[in-house]
Design a protein around this ligand. Structure first.
Ligand code: ARG
Length: 465
């Protein structure tokens, strides 16, 4: 420890009014440095902008500004080099940095906190932090969408059974199924970007809660930090965590999408389905059953969805009865936020590679698509086109299916004579109407599973619309 860094940790920055030292356990209990140290970069950026504004406004001497900025830059380097000792007795990242600055540069350092409080400072730091993380999450979502578009394009003509109630419903293109997830992830991007608008507002200048007596220039701080707007009410500035809640809610919905997708990948890779083969690098074996290849990665993504929902509930509950303005409870905002960011990014990153690398078992999907009377609706639609009302057509086909079940056959195996047992409208063209391809391509409405429609959706999404 150099002389300039003589034990600042004993000297509380708020020690003035106190006669007794803080209890050791209370100190540990109240400290946030263990987790808020990851805000160091944002804290230093914010302090530099604040110092420059104080200098410009003549609130602190101009000469002090460069000393402060230089000192802060050195502290930044020290932290990044792993040479900064964080102290629990200095409670949080804000006081750790400020105390070190004063120890380094003396008087000038002690002027930095003029016209500012940790309450507006922490709000600023979280907003700066979240802003960058949201941009990164959107980048991951873009990559995931890209991987899905590639997968859909390569497998454009692969057919699979579409399900409702997890019962075979109608044949669809596998690419159409993948494109459903593209829609979900596009909405996730829109939600993240919308939330970013509320994150991207500059709160500094609220002081502890009521504003400050100094002639500060809030817009100048905002401009230096790239914020398009400033908060409009000092009480709200320090007590608002809506932006964090919105992020946690958007993250929860995103995780719900990843979890549903995971569930499908897990089902599809069972020996019962065998629609896909996950790459070995995304699975593990069993220590007892030699035949096992377990889909650990999608299972963990599905599992981690629980903690992300939990983080949303945690912060909503922390906030629900807080009187205005800042309360120490709000220090509990950081861990749910950080945990969510880490997990969402981790899950997205691993999902991109998993999507790129899984193999499609085309023949198994096709076999499954031809079972379970998947084209029964097409038979009913056929009869409607011949003039039968839909309800009557539905009943006729229901009878045909019953006949097939009793005789252990598929509707594609019925002869024309057999078809005609159920309706006189059946003719030779029934056979071409109920192939899987005919069934799929007949659904040629916008948003439908016909090849032409799916292809045009892939192209539209590629163009970024
Ligand atoms: N560590 C605190 C937090 O994360 C910073 C704000 C502290 N403000 C206060 N008045 N004690 O919320």
């Amino acid at each position: 420890m150099t002389t300039e860094e003589t034990d600042v940790s004993q000297d509380k920055l708020w020690g003035g009014r106190f006669t007794q030292p803080t209890d050791k356990f209370v100190e540990e209990f109240t400290a946030s440095i263990g987790f808020d140290k990851r805000l160091y970069h944002q804290d230093i950026r914010g302090s530099i902008a604040h110092a420059r504004m104080l200098g410009k406004q003549g609130i602190i001497p101009i000469a002090d500004v460069e000393t402060i900025v230089h000192g802060l830059q050195q502290i930044l380097q020290q932290i990044e080099a792993g040479e900064f000792d964080f102290s629990i007795s200095l409670e949080d990242i804000h006081m750790n940095i400020e105390a070190r600055l004063s120890a380094k540069i003396g008087e000038a350092g002690k002027r930095l906190h003029t016209g500012r409080s940790r309450n507006d400072q922490v709000a600023l730091d979280i907003r700066l932090y979240l802003r960058d993380e949201i941009v990164e999450i959107v980048t991951f979502l873009d990559l995931l969408i890209d991987a899905l578009l590639n997968k859909a394009e390569v497998n454009l003509d692969v057919v699979m059974p579409g399900y409702t109630h997890l019962q075979t419903a109608q044949p669809i293109l596998f690419s159409h199924h993948l494109m459903a997830y593209v829609e979900m992830f596009k909405r996730d991007i829109a939600r993240m970007e919308d939330c970013l608008k509320r994150v991207n507002v500059m709160p500094l200048g609220a002081g502890a809660l009521a504003g400050t007596t100094f002639p500060i220039d809030r817009l100048y701080v905002a401009e230096q930090l790239g914020f398009p707007a400033i908060t409009r009410n000092s009480l709200d500035s320090v007590s608002d965590r809506d932006f964090a809640l919105e992020f946690l809610a958007a993250s929860s919905i995103l995780m719900m999408h990843l979890s549903r997708f995971s569930e499908e990948l897990i089902l599809w890779s069972t020996s019962e389905y065998k629609f896909i083969e996950l790459s070995d690098s995304f699975c593990t074996g069993s220590s007892i059953m030699p035949q096992k290849k377990n889909p650990d990665v999608p299972e963990l993504v599905r599992g981690k969805t629980g903690r992300v929902y939990g983080n949303l509930m945690a912060l909503l509950t922390v906030m629900k009865s807080l009187p205005l303005a800042y309360n120490k409870d709000m220090q509990e905002d950081k861990e749910p936020l950080f945990d969510t960011i880490d997990n969402v990014k981790g899950c997205l990153k691993i999902f991109v590679d998993m999507i790129r690398e899984f193999q499609v078992c085309e023949l198994n999907m096709r076999r499954a698509a031809s079972q379970g009377f998947s084209t029964a609706t097409d038979v009913a639609d056929y009869l409607v086109r011949k003039g039968l009302p839909f309800r009557d057509a539905h009943e006729a086909v229901g009878n045909a299916v019953k006949y097939c079940v009793e005789n252990e056959m598929d509707i594609t195996e019925l002869s024309l004579t057999e078809w005609q047992l159920f309706s006189p409208y059946f003719d030779n063209d029934i056979f071409a109407a109920i192939t899987i391809e005919a069934s799929i391509n007949a659904r040629n409405v916008p948003g439908g599973t016909a090849r032409e429609m799916v292809l045009s959706e892939i192209l539209r999404c590629r163009e970024g619309s």
